[in-house]
Design a protein around this ligand. Structure first.
Ligand SMILES: *[C@@H]1O[C@H](CO)[C@@H](O)[C@H](O)[C@H]1NC(C)=O
Ligand SMILES: *[C@@H]1O[C@H](CO)[C@@H](O)[C@H](O)[C@H]1NC(C)=O
Ligand SMILES: *[C@@H]1O[C@H](CO)[C@@H](O)[C@H](O)[C@H]1NC(C)=O
Length: 541
């Protein structure tokens, strides 16, 4: 194609020297518009307000300079299918529309310089598989749509100098494309944002911003009130159990891979059910079912019948008001604890003996415990009990006696309803829920917990930490207003308000993940159980 370029250069210089309009320089058969000069193979127009209509069939180069048209519309040059070079410099162009150059299968050179182009449509250059040279130099381009150059299989040179690129999320795809393309690309200088000013996009490997946002969108609601939600996976299936006192059931749902929703799978019926907690021991799924009346029981998943069947009763002589069940392992041993919120009751630890769970240790008499949380502090097993009548207490597992021993308390933390431990990278935190006043985030340092953040609570029964793919959240329920989802700001090391969701009397937030998708189940004591999907939004164009 060098021949064309050379010929073109000669013609341009001749024409510009003689100055236009020069009228008919081509063959007599060709009608040449008055502002153009035409030869057999090329047309050059100066100050034109339109694209020449009737042209020689085999014209291979067209130049329109100093023209007054402002956009390149779809298939604007399709009547010149043999064009190999198209130059639209110094016009008044501000935009290029989709398929602007369709019908030009042989186009190799495209110059659109010194215009006022701010952006191009996503499919501006569709079909230009032979294009080797493209220049959009000296325009007003701030951003270009993703994959704009994806059809340009033959591209050798791209010139984007003299623009005002914003090197924010909108430039992310271009940055990646620059790394992979075989074409040689001019410097792309960033005009903004402030911290990127003057830098070359060509050199960058990451942008200031990660260009990702997330959201929680409603997926489904389960028309039953609920107190807590639990999840387990078994043989490639994901199950969710909802403690639903109003229908006297532990409602078992299964993720339906075909319908893409959660469907009812089984109901474990009982009396005044307050908690359903799964534990998987040697591939067997057990469900601990805590009830206010009629004792508590353990059910076992029966593969053949695809349902849960009664496995054992739990000895609950010292428990009269179960409020929370926590399961955990110490070494190879399996345990669960039921926190008892009655006045005379005792939170009780149960241990697996190979055949069933039996009561193992009683803890914390008279304190009306609301929540039990198992946590490893500096490699040692601990239990933290929250209660109505005193600050949270910490028990430590004693290897010698094989029992929990009270070790201390968390001072200045009255009225804690629930306590949840969570990790952010290497750091351990506690989320302390308080009903009215402030819920608290504590950080474990130098052998004690210190407060790092207070979150206003307006009737909160739960402050639940959870994370999806390196994003850490806290969901703070409210009985009187919206529940708040907070997002961890890793730079400032604080949780910031992220989203409000309305749930009637929320009691728990539980993460449920399938192979590809992440959900949060919000239980409601006065309405339906809400399922939200956690989605990722790519902010780059
Ligand atoms: C293009 O237009 C500018 C301003 O209108 C003018 O100064 C210049 O001479 C024109 N160039 C040609 C080649 O006509
Ligand atoms: C660049 O060239 C190499 C070697 O010819 C080829 O394998 C690769 O696919 C090319 N990359 C692109 C993005 O065209
Ligand atoms: C479980 O109970 C709910 C509510 O009563 C009902 O809609 C559902 O069909 C039941 N599911 C099964 C598997 O029996």
């Amino acid at each position: 194609m060098l021949a064309v370029i050379k010929r073109y250069a000669v013609i341009v210089s001749t024409v510009l020297l003689c100055l236009v309009p020069s009228g008919h320089t081509g063959k007599k058969a060709v009608k040449c518009p008055s502002s153009c000069s035409c030869s057999k193979e090329s047309i050059i127009c100066v100050g034109s307000s339109y694209v020449p209509r009737s042209t020689p069939g085999d014209v291979s180069s067209l130049s329109i300079v100093n023209g007054t048209f402002s956009e390149v519309r779809e298939a604007m040059f399709a009547h010149m299918p043999s064009l190999q070079l198209l130059l639209l410099n110094s016009n008044a162009l501000t935009t290029i529309k989709d398929d602007a150059f369709s019908g030009l299968p042989h186009l190799e050179y495209l110059f659109i310089e010194n215009n006022k182009i701010e952006t191009a449509s996503k499919y501006s250059f569709r079909g230009l598989r032979d294009l080797t040279h493209l220049s959009l130099a000296n325009n007003n381009i701030k951003a270009l749509p993703r994959d704009l150059f994806s059809d340009l299989d033959s591209l050798i040179e791209l010139d984007l100098r003299g623009n005002a690129f914003e090197c924010d999320c909108r430039a992310k795809w271009l940055m990646t494309w620059l790394k992979n393309t075989n074409a040689s690309v001019s410097d792309i200088l960033c005009a903004g944002p402030e911290e990127m000013k003057g830098k070359r996009l060509n050199d960058m490997t990451s942008l200031h911003d990660e260009c990702i946002s997330t959201d929680f969108i409603p997926l489904q609601s389960v028309t039953t009130e609920s107190l807590s939600v639990d999840t387990f996976s078994h043989k490639n299936d994901v199950y969710v159990t909802i403690a639903a006192p109003n229908i006297e059931s532990c409602m078992v749902l299964q993720w339906d891979h075909i319908e893409m929703n959660f469907r009812s799978y089984d109901n474990i019926t009982g009396q005044s059910i307050v908690g359903c907690k799964s534990v998987i021991i040697q591939n067997l799924v057990f469900m601990i079912v805590a009830q206010l009346f009629g004792g508590s029981h353990i059910y076992k998943f029966d593969e053949d019948q695809s349902k849960f069947t009664k496995f054992q009763d739990i000895e609950v002589s010292k428990i009269s008001k179960p409020n929370d069940i926590e399961t955990f392992q110490i070494g190879d041993e399996w345990f669960f604890i039921i926190a008892d919120s009655s006045k005379a009751g005792l939170s009780t630890l149960y241990k697996w003996n190979g055949k069933g769970f039996y009561s193992y240790q009683s803890l914390h008499e008279w304190f009306r415990d609301t929540d039990a949380e198992f946590v490893n502090l500096d490699g040692k097993a601990h239990l933290i009990l929250a209660s109505r009548s005193q600050v949270p207490v910490i028990y430590q597992w004693n290897k010698g006696t094989q029992k929990f021993i009270q070790q201390g308390e968390i001072p200045n933390m009255e009225d804690v309803v629930a306590v949840k431990a969570f990790w952010i990278k290497e750091d351990l935190y506690l989320a302390m829920t308080r009903y009215i006043g402030d819920s608290k985030v504590l950080h474990w340092t130098a052998k004690h917990f210190s407060e790092v953040q207070a979150l206003p609570s307006r009737g909160s029964m739960i402050l639940q930490p959870f994370s999806f793919k390196d994003r850490y959240y806290l969901a703070l329920g409210s009985d009187y207003t919206f529940s708040q989802v907070y997002l961890w700001n890793a730079e400032d090391k604080v949780f910031e308000r992220f989203k409000e969701v309305y749930i009637q009397a929320p009691r728990s937030f539980t993460v449920v993940s399938t192979y590809r998708r992440d959900f949060i189940f919000a239980s409601s004591f006065k309405g339906s159980t809400q399922i939200f999907e956690h989605i990722i939004i790519d902010l780059s164009l």
